[in-house]
Design a protein. Structure first.
Length: 132
């Protein structure tokens, strides 16, 4: 599927997936985060991170890519830019990647986590992605 794409794009997808998965256990249990009926699962966050570069891999708009996949509505919405707790996790990831510390701080606050824990998630993600 991505044979003509740079290997770094695949590494980015894997790193993002493992980052999001590592983030899940440090998120507070629903109260502050939840939208009624929505919980944040590590598997959903992993999939969100993995799919986050699929538009670039397939050279298609994200909305078109996601329309063909049976994924949780919260993940679909987050990847399409809709504000929800999953999107907050995605924005935290993007802020870390870009070294955008004010945005990282804002996303951490929205998620109710300590900013210092984010670096640990990134370290775990890089290690896990390097094994793949």
């Amino acid at each position: 599927m991505a044979s003509d794409k740079p290997h770094e794009l695949i590494r980015t997808a894997l790193t993002r997936a493992f980052f999001c998965e590592a983030l899940a256990p440090i998120l507070p249990v629903p109260a502050a985060l939840s939208v009624p009926g929505v919980s944040i699962q590590g598997s959903d966050l992993f999939l969100m991170g993995l799919l986050s570069v699929t538009d670039a891999i397939l050279d298609r708009p994200m909305v078109q890519v996601l329309d063909t996949l049976p994924i949780a509505p919260e993940v679909r919405a987050a990847l399409c830019g809709v504000s929800n707790p999953h999107r907050d996790a995605y924005e935290l990831l993007l802020a870390y990647e870009r070294a955008d510390w004010p945005s990282l701080s804002a996303a951490s606050t929205r998620l109710g986590i300590d900013e210092s824990a984010v670096a640990d998630c990134e370290a775990k993600a890089r290690q896990a992605a390097s094994i793949c």
